[in-house]
Design a protein around this ligand. Structure first.
Ligand code: AMP
Length: 418
């Protein structure tokens, strides 16, 4: 496997799969350029080594080709600003314009290709009308598989080397994220975004310094079950918080009032607890809760045991006893993985538990622990509290990170390693 740090880019054209799927406002201006800024080190590395760069990405979910609303030309001013270099644009990701502009690209120059998803070949998903029969669907899928090969080959033909730097789409086996790699058997590598994400996750999942604590919060057991099962093999402590708490309490005969409940997950809860016991994992549940009489910021509140919540009340956040117990375990840990808030942190009144978890992670990190925060809402939470720069790593991964934590092989990672 090649490395971006040692590869000789001189005189080469690198096609880089970036994640420029950024939010735009009604004037089509970029409202958050985090993902563009994240790709800058990889792009600059190629340019500074005497290479040229071709950037490819998707933007949104266009249903037709082309759909001007989803054109990547909207983001060009932001790319130029963040990169400090003028960039060229090809209004098609394959075809005449892409080929001519890519072939005349000189060292130090950057070309952005139009939205990959203007072609259904990128995702390999046929775009059929509502009334399509199963036969039509099967035929369309088969035809698309063939044209996807052609599409991928055309993309690959634009460059000499392939770099995947889009961790956010690494869990998809799309043309630009995985299939294209086979055209570059000796000239494919991860960019820095990918490298850093993989390093951080491997540090936690493959070689954690003990004690290793995972904090899993969020609303539902059902969406976290595979992650929990995979983590049980690896952790010393498993902290379970948030809405999931009440399914755990109810499964064990507790009274949870009107708290969020997944009654079909009782067997799952019992099997998680039995497995934890068998493996000697210390499961820490939220024993008390800050409860509210409605799901609103202006609700009346009281502290209740999490397994004795009166009717008409619901658990919204960790209670004081829980906060103390969670914090003690976290602060004694040497490796920490946090996914999911332990309360309805979007409402300030119910953000205390989640904030305390974030602060305990910061404390542990100060004492030398390695801390990885990942998965949409815990990232939003750590940003809300302004603590993102006080933990070891905040993942940009979303769905890709969750699948990695579930123990799945990500096609985008596998295609480079193969
Ligand atoms: P998830 O996407 O599964 O990680 O869930 C995140 C969501 O869980 C956030 O929007 C939180 O508001 C929500 N959540 C956390 N604790 C609770 C709770 N006690 N009751 C209801 N929702 C919760």
């Amino acid at each position: 496997m090649q490395s971006i740090d040692t590869y000789d880019f001189k005189g080469k054209k690198a096609i880089i799969r970036v994640d420029f799927n950024v939010p735009l406002n009604e004037q089509f201006e970029v409202t958050d350029d985090t993902r563009i800024r994240a790709a800058v080190p990889t792009i600059k590395k190629v340019l500074s080594e005497g290479g040229a760069v071709i950037l490819m990405s998707h933007l949104g979910r266009p249903k037709k080709n082309p759909d001007p609303k989803y054109s990547l030309k909207h983001i060009l001013p932001t790319v130029e600003k963040d990169l400090g270099v003028k960039v060229e644009f090809a209004d098609d990701c394959v075809g005449y314009e892409a080929v001519t502009k890519a072939s005349s690209l000189q060292p130090g120059e950057v070309l952005v290709l139009e939205n990959l998803r203007f072609y259904p070949e990128e995702e390999g998903k046929p775009r059929l009308g509502e009334g399509a029969t199963d036969e039509e669907k099967a035929a369309a899928k088969k035809a698309l598989k063939e044209s996807q090969k052609e599409f991928t080959k055309k993309l690959a033909s634009l460059a000499d080397v392939y770099i995947n730097d889009a961790f956010g789409t690494a869990h998809r086996a799309h043309a630009s994220t995985a299939l294209i790699a086979e055209f570059f058997p000796n000239d494919k590598m991860f960019g820095y975004v990918m490298e850093n994400e993989i390093k951080a996750i491997d540090q936690v999942l493959e070689k954690p310094t003990k004690p290793f604590t995972a904090i899993i919060g969020g609303s539902k057991v059902s969406s976290k079950i595979t992650i929990i099962e995979n983590l049980l093999q690896r952790v010393d402590n498993l902290i379970i918080g948030g809405g999931m708490t009440y399914t755990f309490m109810a499964a064990q005969g507790g009274k949870i009032g009107d708290s969020i409940l997944e009654a079909d997950q009782f067997d799952t809860v019992h099997s998680i607890l039995a497995k934890a016991k068998e493996l000697g994992v210390n499961v820490v549940l939220a024993t008390d809760s800050l409860c509210a009489d409605k799901f609103a910021e202006d609700a009346n509140t009281q502290i209740c045991p999490s397994n004795a919540i009166p009717d008409g009340w619901m658990g919204m956040d960790a209670g004081p006893q829980t906060i103390k117990a969670f914090s003690e375990v976290i602060e004694e840990s040497k490796t920490i993985l946090w996914n999911g808030p332990v309360g309805v942190f979007e409402m300030d009144r119910f953000a205390g538990g989640t904030k305390a978890v974030a602060e305990a992670i910061v404390e542990a990190t100060k004492k030398g622990a390695y801390s990885l925060i990942g998965g949409g809402d815990s990232v939003a939470a750590i940003n809300k509290f302004g603590l993102a720069d006080k933990v070891s790593y905040v993942s940009t991964g979303g769905g890709a990170l969750l699948e990695y934590m579930e123990g799945k092989v990500l096609p985008g990672v596998a295609a480079i390693r193969k």
